[in-house]
Design a protein around this ligand. Structure first.
Ligand code: IPE
Ligand code: IPE
Ligand code: MG
Length: 247
């Protein structure tokens, strides 16, 4: 039984409010490597290890949805060798993920524009989704070539096409309809977004979905992120008073 860093008595006194959906902006790999005099790609390798460890832990503690930001629509501007190293890393991780997350019953999904990736990577993404579809554990959304503005533009275009064809009328355009046209359709909005590396920005992550999300910024670089840091974020979240505009 996990008490998230609290002792048993504390845990019994104030029950933990567990977020249903957690988002993580996995940031700080480059700085982690730089601090050690290593190339940035060494930071990504270490960050990928952290990803595997923290994903498993989220599933263990009972999180129902986890969305990790792995590669943004803007990350293509990085030097060619860094992007190349990331693609190689994605490939080896996606190959392993097919069996890796099986024991944890994790459902793997990708959010973002898959068409930006090589046919080989796309096939691996499809295979991961296909073979985990029937599982009933935590849903893991891996955001790759994801940008929330791009996601919203796609949603608007698909709605515009339906209005043009007469399938929808202007009156049908509601907040729910827009949510239903995003990559996260059918999933609850994130309750908590954690950003390691100490940056206070959203960097094009889940803009629509995070209208009432609680943010926890942590001064730890992603490769250094431990299970105890997740405990800490969950404890902070648990103490927040969410008002949604009410009193
Ligand atoms: C996050 O770490 C990983 C990706 C964006 C792919 P960074 O590579 O952004 O690390 P910093 O922010 O430069 O330290
Ligand atoms: C956000 O981190 C994207 C991912 C973690 C995948 P960035 O490092 O790209 O964001 P900025 O440039 O600091 O805003
Ligand atoms: Mg960064």
């Amino acid at each position: 039984m996990a008490f998230f860093g609290r002792n048993k008595a504390e845990a019994e006194e104030t029950p933990l409010v567990l977020p249903k959906h957690v988002g993580i902006i996995m940031d700080g790999n480059g700085r982690w490597a730089k601090k050690r005099g290593l190339p940035r790609k060494a930071g990504h390798t270490e960050g990928a290890r952290t990803f595997r460890k923290i994903t498993r832990y989220c599933s263990e503690v009972g999180i129902k949805y986890l969305t990790v930001y792995a590669f943004s629509t803007e990350n293509w501007k990085r030097p060619e060798d860094e992007v190349g190293a990331l693609m190689k890393l994605f490939k080896s991780y996606l190959e392993e993920a097919i069996s890796d997350f099986k024991d944890d019953d994790i459902v793997v999904r990708f959010i973002g524009d898959k068409s930006g990736f090589s046919p080989e990577l796309r096939a691996l993404m499809d295979e991961n989704e296909e073979c985990s579809r029937e599982r009933d554990g935590m849903v893991l959304n891996i955001a790759m070539n994801y940008g929330s503005r791009d996601e919203i533009v796609r949603a608007v275009k698909s709605i515009a096409a339906d209005v043009k064809s007469g399938a929808l009328s202007e009156a049908d355009i509601t907040e729910q309809l827009i949510s239903d046209r995003l990559y996260t359709a059918g999933q609850p909005d994130p309750d908590l977004i954690i950003r390691p590396s100490g940056e206070y920005r959203i960097s094009n992550f889940m803009l629509w979905q995070s209208a009432y999300t609680e943010f926890v910024i942590m001064n730890k670089l992603w490769p250094d992120f431990q299970k105890s840091d997740l405990d800490e974020a969950l404890r902070i979240y648990s103490q927040r008073n969410r008002r949604y505009g009410g009193v």
